[in-house]
Design a protein around this ligand. Structure first.
Ligand SMILES: Cc1ncc(COP(=O)(O)O)c(C=O)c1O
Length: 453
């Protein structure tokens, strides 16, 4: 397999310029400097080609620069680029009508358009507080909801997101996410982790710390993204919905990463047969043009004129891109996500049998996580191995992204063909084999030298 010499000279020089003027806070993993892209392929500034299993953190849903999306943006740019949310325009109404049609509610939906995932989450928590008049929220450990102060108060996937930024928003209590591979609670006989978390919420939280009558909403990712691509047990969401109904608590599903067709359904919560009250959306909704949405049941949207707004909400370029994106996803790519996702999951499970470092393979549609462990029995996370695999795959022409402690996420464009999937998986497996021999031989060498004193 061809090994690329990276970063190339042009990439290297741009990275050096970037280092002098761009915030060092961005968590860049490896030196990919984009030049252009088409579908699931991208090229760097030195002319190297890569398959993209990352899609700009699960964003470029219809592939890079889909010709129909590009044409829609160009056409709109010729007419007008901005008018502000103080006025009206047709494409904005059409996006909200589209979202109303596909929203996961049995009643009509109202949308508030935003510019990012974190802003969609802010809108959701503000609306929940406004509508219920209640101050408290419940979030989940491992959750990622963004980096603005409200959303950050729920984000709990890595300590460095919060370190140095306290105090956070008052009124957020975290409970364990039902992670079947790494359960943090002891399940009683007959229970799975979904049951155990619900019992914890009732018995430990509601009966000891947070009166449910004070809780405005649960904010939860139906499938955890940044926290490790974790799929909860089927038992969890129906019971969480029942708790919400019992106490008048709203259920906010953060669909920023898992939504908009990625799991083969419009919304990832639909995989669990449950209706939320509010969803936060972004990433895949406009193929990479910055746009998000907070979509809520009509009966929840009780806030009055002036209570919430933004300058760029409903931006015409974003709306134009979004309308074409939603149509392409509905008619082509949602089905593709199901089919190619099932193919990838199957292939990865085959790989797992040959590689004991693969502790777990999980996911739905094209939202797939591969968790690496030092030992399949202890399940100790193999972070260094994961990082090495990512690096080796990059040098062989495959972009991937880590998540959780030792997981690689496979979140490609929803356009990915089976042939492209296969090409990427072959690189991925070679990277795993190479990393295993490199890291595990290092570990053995270290152990030998420790044993020798
Ligand atoms: C589930 C989830 N919510 C919210 C966000 C925040 O989105 P943004 O980075 O657009 O603010 C992300 C980003 O990764 C996410 O995955």
């Amino acid at each position: 397999m061809k090994v690329l010499n990276l970063p190339g000279p042009i990439a290297q020089s741009l990275i050096e310029r970037d280092r002098k003027v761009v915030s060092p806070s961005y968590p860049r993993g490896y030196p990919f400097v984009m030049d252009h892209g088409r579908g699931a392929e991208v090229w760097d500034v030195d002319g190297n080609r890569f398959l993209d299993f990352a899609a700009g953190i699960a964003v470029t849903s219809t592939g890079h620069s889909h010709p129909k999306v590009v044409a829609a943006i160009q056409e709109q740019a010729e007419k007008f680029i901005h008018i502000s949310s103080d006025f009206y325009h047709q494409k904005w109404v059409e996006v909200a009508e589209y979202l109303n049609r596909i929203a996961p509610f049995s009643e009509d939906a109202i949308s508030f358009l935003t510019n990012s995932g974190t802003e969609s989450v802010e809108a959701a928590i503000k609306l929940a507080r406004y509508h219920t008049g209640r101050p408290q929220f419940i979030g989940f450990t491992g959750g990622f909801h963004g980096r603005t102060m409200g959303a950050l108060s729920f984000t709990a996937s890595k300590p460095y997101y919060r370190q140095g930024f306290f105090p956070s928003m008052n009124g957020v209590t975290h409970v364990p996410y039902p992670d079947p591979y790494r359960p943090v609670l002891l399940a009683h006989p007959g229970e799975d982790m979904g049951d155990a978390v619900i019992r914890y919420i009732q018995e430990e939280l509601f009966e000891k710390m947070v009166p449910p009558q004070e809780v405005a909403a649960f904010l939860v990712e139906p499938i955890q993204g940044e926290g490790g691509y974790i799929v909860p047990p089927a038992s969890f969401f129906p019971q969480l919905r029942a708790l919400c109904d019992r106490y008048g608590i709203l259920l906010i599903a953060d669909e920023v990463q898992a939504g908009v067709g990625r799991t083969g359904r419009w919304w990832s919560i639909e995989n669990f047969g449950v209706e939320p009250d509010i969803i936060s959306v972004a990433k895949g909704i406009a193929s990479g043009v910055p746009m998000g949405a907070m979509v809520a049941r009509q009966s929840v949207v009780t806030w009055p004129k002036g209570s919430h707004g933004n300058t760029y909400g409903g931006n015409p370029l974003a709306c134009a891109a979004s309308l074409v994106t939603l149509d392409l996803i509905e008619h082509e790519y949602m089905a593709n996500a199901r089919i190619v996702g099932a193919y990838i999951l199957d292939r990865l499970r085959g790989m797992q049998a040959a590689h004991p470092s693969i502790g777990d393979v999980r996911g739905i549609g094209l939202m797939i996580g591969v968790e690496f462990v030092q030992d399949p029995i202890t399940r100790k996370p193999a972070r260094a191995l994961r990082d090495k695999i990512e690096e080796l795959a990059f040098h062989r022409g495959l972009l991937t992204l880590g998540c959780g402690k030792s997981t690689i996420r496979i979140s490609p464009t929803l356009t990915l063909s089976q042939a492209e999937a296969e090409e990427g998986l072959e690189i991925f497996e070679e990277a795993i084999s190479l990393a295993e021999s490199e890291i595990f031989s290092d570990v053995t060498a270290t152990e030998v030298s420790i044993a020798k004193g």
